[in-house]
Design a protein around this ligand. Sequence first.
Ligand code: GDP
Length: 445
Amino acid sequence: MFETLSDRLTSVFSSLRGKGRLSDADIDATAREIRIALLEADVALPVVKEFVAHIKERARGAEVSQALNPAQQVVKIVNEELIEILGGETRRLRLAKTPPTVIMLAGLQGAGKTTLAGKLARWLREQGHAPLLVAADLQRPNAVQQLSVLAERAQVGVYAPSPGNGEGDPVQVARDSIEYARHKQHDIVIIDTAGRLGIDADMMRQAADIRDAVSPDEVLFVVDAMIGQDAVTTAQAFMDGVGFDGVVLTKLDGDARGGAALSVRQITGRPIMFASTGEKLEDFDAFHPDRMAGRILDMGDILTLIEQAQRTFDEQETARMAGKLASGEDFTFEDFLEQMMMVRRMGPITNLLGMLPGMGQMREQLNQIDEKDLDRVAAMIRSMTPAERQNPKIIDGSRRARIARGSGVTVTEVNSLVTRFFDAQKMMKQMRNGMGIPGMPGGKN
Ligand code: GDP
């Protein structure tokens, strides 16, 4: 999801690195590239225009920052604007004061509504609710059967029409289900309605009738992200025909572009509330604009890191380290130790490392790093001779044994530290060639 856009934006940002300040021409060129990136990602034109205009305006007016270089400034602005078009705050489900809360799903056939009903029910059950799934999709063959199977898998209740029990009349089914839920103490009712393959007046009328019969607390419009620009047209039609409170995007796993996600909120003014990313019941979650923007930019929480660094790093210390790294000098054990100490002052190491770009997958591993580990590492480095710290390549077997003895650890631990150090050295090199890190203006010059 969003791979195309991520790649594009990353290359836009990297073309800015190394620049001391951005001229108007730089800003124009960047804005143009961002525009192309968004259009390629299938974002609707009016949304693209507004987005790019904001970026330009803000980049021009950006205050000169001591701690952020121009590339980082632009990343920060784009990130904030992405969050904005994705809806700003996470929009949570509104629960009724008097249960049951009624949630009605609307959307085209094949959008993934029925699957979504099962996913939402499971998700709510896990949060301690007792949802009831209601099969008011009486059009599509098998829809009722499919919903019953999903209810069983999600371990929630189901209300389906049977002969003499609202058969053939979805409005009646929906109305009766509320009574049933009250009686059986279900606190949330999820009504799956019928869709058609295309936008259709009958479908809209039926959905509107169900809406009027049950006065839902939330009408959710379910839309397949893979249909690209059509998502916007469909959303508009449903907005006019039925009206809705929130959007659920499905099949985000199948769309590398993600234009629907970036357009639908701006066009309809309704927030994206949930996202579905696969066929399994678990492939589903609440939609968080900030996390999604972070994923699009593939930056982890680099911005938080930048801000935290700005607050904590001592300027001189940073400048010295920056000068050293920018000049391409080798990263030594002295630096390693110094950095570790700086990082420690900034907060729990796991939080920080998790914020670095590309570290997302390593988060599991990072969670296992023990703070106490740091003391042992410091002890090992302090047991090294100055020559060893400056030039770690000379640390052979007998030196390792001596360091282990000197710091009271095993040789295995020394071995693993040396390996980790070389990894860090490699990473520092990559960073130097990449976006730059806090306080290090530019990257490779
Ligand atoms: P409905 O007609 O709107 O009720 O759509 P269904 O729930 O029957 O879904 C249509 C098809 O899309 C089914 O084959 C689902 O397995 C599939 N589907 C639903 N959600 C997702 C999703 O998030 N990702 C993927 N890859 N497939 C999905």
